[in-house]
Ligand binder design. Structure first.
Ligand code: SF4
Length: 241
């Protein structure tokens, strides 16, 4: 475990988050790509996922099927609900008295979210070209393709969350904890894509893709600057760094 922390701790932890908090709950700050994660040995979410997979297997359900995912999600929700009910009882509150959600966010009204979807289209176009370079499973083009494909799906949802959290935080005059963590995960995802694309630029195998690769890197770098400016350049993050 020490090695994991020593090698990767600082690069995975948002600089404004205390080490102890990160260590306890690394799943709050990650991209949830557990197969690629070096923190599995300290992560409660990972351990629970493994348990859920075992449980599915014992019931004859494919642990990698959507059926298993739904079963596991149901178990987690039941567990969370049990904890919430207990907390309510402790605080002598009635869950039926809670106010309705006041804000319903329409994703179409966020230009930055729309921009993130356009960027994903660019990634898609790149992936279409990359297919011709994939030889066998696990080769560099295959690895790059999987990585881009994973983050392509993650980024718009995180952008949406960062925007909606920021609106809520500003409305309630709260610290931008949630929006800055979402932005951190977006930046980490963009960094990984940029790094992998830059690495492939050096590989003569991808010579015919050079222009397209450089263009995509520029797009991702520009988008990173926008995310950083909008969500991470604030007193909350900078004071704690
Ligand atoms: S093991 Fe999975 S959930 Fe846990 S920190 Fe790593 S990626 Fe996140």
């Amino acid at each position: 475990m020490d090695n994991v922390i020593k090698i990767n701790f600082e690069s995975l932890k948002p600089p404004w988050i205390h080490k102890a908090d990160f260590y306890k709950m690394p799943f709050n700050y990650c991209d949830h790509w557990c197969e690629k994660c070096v923190l599995t040995s300290i992560c409660r979410v990972y351990k629970n996922n493994q348990k859920a997979k075992k449980k599915c297997k014992s019931k004859g359900i494919d642990p990698y099927s959507s059926e298993c995912a739904i079963e596991s999600a149901k178990d987690s929700l039941d567990e969370a609900m049990g904890m919430i009910v207990k907390e309510f009882e402790k605080m002598k509150l009635d869950s039926n008295d809670l106010p309705e959600d006041e804000v319903i966010f329409e994703s179409q009204t966020f230009p930055l979210y729309e921009l993130s979807k356009k960027i994903c289209q660019k990634i898609d176009e790149f992936l279409d070209s990359l297919i011709d370079f994939v030889g066998k499973e696990g080769d560099s083009a295959d690895v790059l393709g999987n990585l881009l494909d994973y983050y392509k799906h993650l980024i718009p949802s995180k952008v949406f969350r960062a925007i909606s959290s920021q609106i809520e935080e500003q409305k309630d005059d709260e610290d931008p904890w949630d929006s800055s963590v979402s932005a951190w995960i977006i930046c980490q995802s963009l960094d990984r894509m940029i790094f992998s694309l830059s690495f492939c630029l050096k590989n003569p195998k991808f010579k015919l893709l050079q222009q397209q690769t450089k263009k995509l890197i520029r797009i991702l770098e520009d988008f990173r600057i926008i995310i950083e400016e909008k969500f991470l350049k604030n007193d909350y993050c900078e004071q704690k760094m």
